[in-house]
Design a protein around this ligand. Structure first.
Ligand SMILES: Nc1ncnc2c1ncn2[C@@H]1O[C@H](COP(=O)(O)OP(=O)(O)O)[C@@H](O)[C@H]1O
Ligand SMILES: [Mg+2]
Length: 372
């Protein structure tokens, strides 16, 4: 048996989805094939401090975040360092700790949005999942829709505007969206996840409140016509030749799939696989792969759709480039139902990270003469 690959699993982060990330990472660390991989746990606190555990046995997020044997670490954007830099009390670099692959199990801001991917690119470390472009466009609901539309996917009618325009002339915006979209509508901050700041408005009064709320989270605000549809999700896995899983359905217990429903009272249920006609399943799978390619995805993404009641239209809602990854989350459950068990999925993602890194390493970074 060859040398074990050292996998840096990063969790936590400066994000509203910090807790969800801890849960995803815990599942991954528990299930990763320890005969092939050595886990190096890396926690990022809500304040953005990077920690690892000084105790080799304390691998799980709760232990790393709580332990009194915490060690400060950093990843530095210098590819000759090749991994994790350990710091002493005075924050001086004391040693380098090589990492073969990093799995950034971070959801939302500073994790799913291209920022940590940029750091890992600078550092020259292979990492699981989407690169900078796919992560950042997959995070911005407006950029994402532009790319989806270009790729020929069906999107929901929407309007967007800046917070500064809202503050300047709110009534003009209320009038405009009421005329172009009609009630009910959904109001969202452009760059968030987990339904934070998302609300449904059924009249002008609610619309104003909803926009004010969304404007607390982002400088860009999106408003969409409300779709009366079933919520269907598909998992995509691969690099240049991605595959789509069977779809699953979210059946919400609330007015819509809001934050409480997702993480607090869990009144929603999932149906895996979703009960849909074969033709619709194929249509959704093709659309999921198209969406993945449209943002230049790599590794993994979960693509979320509505199937409109009455018309059966397949409408794309969004793509998530680092979807929830506990063993009972939709992304791995859909692969499990499609024949890829959880531990194997982690394995495949690590291999895809290495493949992508090798492919990128072929690119010249200076003007070079072609060898004859
Ligand atoms: N246009 C819409 N029509 C109907 N329901 C919507 C619409 N947009 C969002 N929702 C509901 O709100 C939830 C969260 O919105 P979503 O755009 O997925 O944001 P997030 O990125 O926070 O998950 C969806 O899962 C769905 O239940
Ligand atoms: Mg969503």
């Amino acid at each position: 048996m060859g040398k074990k690959l050292r996998i840096g699993v990063i969790f936590g982060g400066r994000s509203g989805e910090h807790e969800v990330s801890l849960r995803s990472a815990e599942s991954i660390i528990n299930s990763i094939d320890k005969s092939k991989y050595e886990v190096v746990p890396i926690g990022i606190t809500q304040e953005g401090r990077w920690l690892t555990s000084g105790n080799a046995a304390a691998l799980l997020p709760a232990a790393v975040m709580a332990s009194d044997t915490q060690e400060r670490v950093a990843i530095i954007g210098d590819p000759t360092r090749q991994g994790l830099t350990r710091l002493n009390e005075g924050h001086r670099a004391i040693s380098s700790d090589p990492l073969d692959v990093v799995f950034p199990v971070l959801h939302g801001t500073y994790g799913e949005d291209g920022t940590i991917q940029g750091l890992l690119e600078m550092a020259g470390v292979p990492y699981v999942g989407c690169g900078v472009l796919a992560s950042s466009t997959g995070m911005d609901k407006i950029a994402m829709k532009d790319l989806f539309r270009q790729a020929g996917l069906t999107i929901i009618e929407y309007e967007w505007f800046l917070r500064s325009s809202w503050e300047e002339n709110p009534e003009a915006i209320v009038k405009r969206v009421a005329r172009s979209l009609g009630f009910p509508m959904f109001v969202k901050p452009a760059n968030l996840g987990s339904s934070v700041g998302v609300s449904k408005a059924t009249n002008k009064e609610e619309l104003r409140d909803a926009i004010n709320d969304a404007a607390r989270y982002d400088r860009k605000i999106v408003i969409e016509r409300a779709v009366d549809g079933r919520e269907i999700e598909v998992s995509v896995l691969g690099n240049d030749d991605p595959a789509a899983s069977l779809p699953g359905e979210i059946i919400t217990g609330h007015e819509f799939y809001d934050y409480e429903d997702k993480y607090v009272d869990n009144t929603s249920r999932t149906e895996v696989p979703a009960k849909l006609p074969k033709k619709t399943i194929q249509q959704i799978q093709r659309a999921a792969v198209t969406a993945f390619r449209a943002i230049d995805g790599a590794g993994l993404a979960r693509v979320d759709f509505f199937v409109e009641r009455g018309t059966n239209r397949v409408i794309i809602n969004e793509i998530n480039t680092m979807p929830g990854f506990t063993s009972i989350s939709m992304y791995p459950k859909l692969w499990e139902a499609s024949g890829v068990p959880y531990a194997e999925l982690i394995d495949r993602l690590i291999q895809l990270a290495l493949e992508r890194h090798r492919d990128k390493s072929r690119n010249l970074t200076s003007y070079g003469k072609r060898e004859e």
